[in-house]
Design a protein around this ligand. Sequence first.
Ligand SMILES: C[S@@+](CC[C@H](N)C(=O)[O-])C[C@H]1O[C@@H](n2cnc3c(N)ncnc32)[C@H](O)[C@@H]1O
Length: 325
Amino acid sequence: MAANIFIYRITRITYKSSLRLGHTIYLVQVAYAALKLASILSRYIIHIPNHFDLSSFAAWNSSTSTMAESTTSADPPFNSIRYLPTKEAYDRWAEVYDSDGNFLQALDDLELKTLFPRFLESIKSPKPWRIVDLGCGTGRNTALLAGISDTAEVFALDSSSGMLEVAKSRLAGSNPNLRFGIFDMLASPNTPADVAPGTVDAIISTLVVEHIPLPTFFGHVSQLLRPGGVLLLTNMHSEMGGISQAGFVDKATGEKIRPMSYAHTVDDVVLEAQKAGLMVENNDQGTGIIERGVDQAMVDKLGLRSKKWVGVTCWFGGVFRKVDA
Ligand SMILES: C[S@@+](CC[C@H](N)C(=O)[O-])C[C@H]1O[C@@H](n2cnc3c(N)ncnc32)[C@H](O)[C@@H]1O
């Protein structure tokens, strides 16, 4: 009898423990599945703001986007992210590129106030100069080149016909020596038809290299420049590029459109430039590449969309010189 009771108790304890163990394993499995699901979903929806709802999208969608409006509102809402080939993404972006409150352009404008004069001073060849804007986009900085006196030629090159059309209408009649051309750095290993290799005195390329593998980009720059020629380069910093990337919200679909992007580090950029024969030029303070973060005081100047980037290094820029062969 005592033995029976003993066996009964042992059986009961074992049964209860196995139930508890079973529950624990089950709970662990559920938690694991939930975590896995969350990690998959986060890849697609992590950028959707908490406040997203259809009415806010509709309100934003029906607004006429002007710089003034977009700099007083934060990031527009979107319903999904769509990755497109870079050329196609920019063809679609062109219509709103200059008015969607992209703060990186504002930061670039701010920094170019000192970097662009430094770049001009660094051009050592006698005027008139041949200058290229490589990835000119809507001509934001081609306008600076068009304003230089006594240029032989200014070539504004881009792979996106949509961006180029905006640049053409923006700069029509601004400089008789200004030429526009379609040129895709990824599609052609050669220089554009009307720009012979080794004939260019200076190149600017602002916020472009994030879309191009570094050896391809610097291969083109090196091929275009004459020995001693200079490059002004600016780009999204890898600290920002590691968190986000270029893109815009297509008002027609509510989708966030993203082109192909790379988060190149400053070290990699300097190294790959060097391999192509391009050395960093120091400024008067002995600084080569300038790296710029956003701080609270800059938010007013850069627009509300810069607010979430306070404390993050977002931009870098500098001047490179092609060493004599
Ligand atoms: C962020 S926008 C910058 C435009 C302009 N440089 C500016 O600072 O406002 C990047 C530009 O690079 C151009 N781009 C991207 N990939 C390119 C490629 N493979 N060849 C030539 N241009 C390219 C895009 O079409 C776009 O106009």
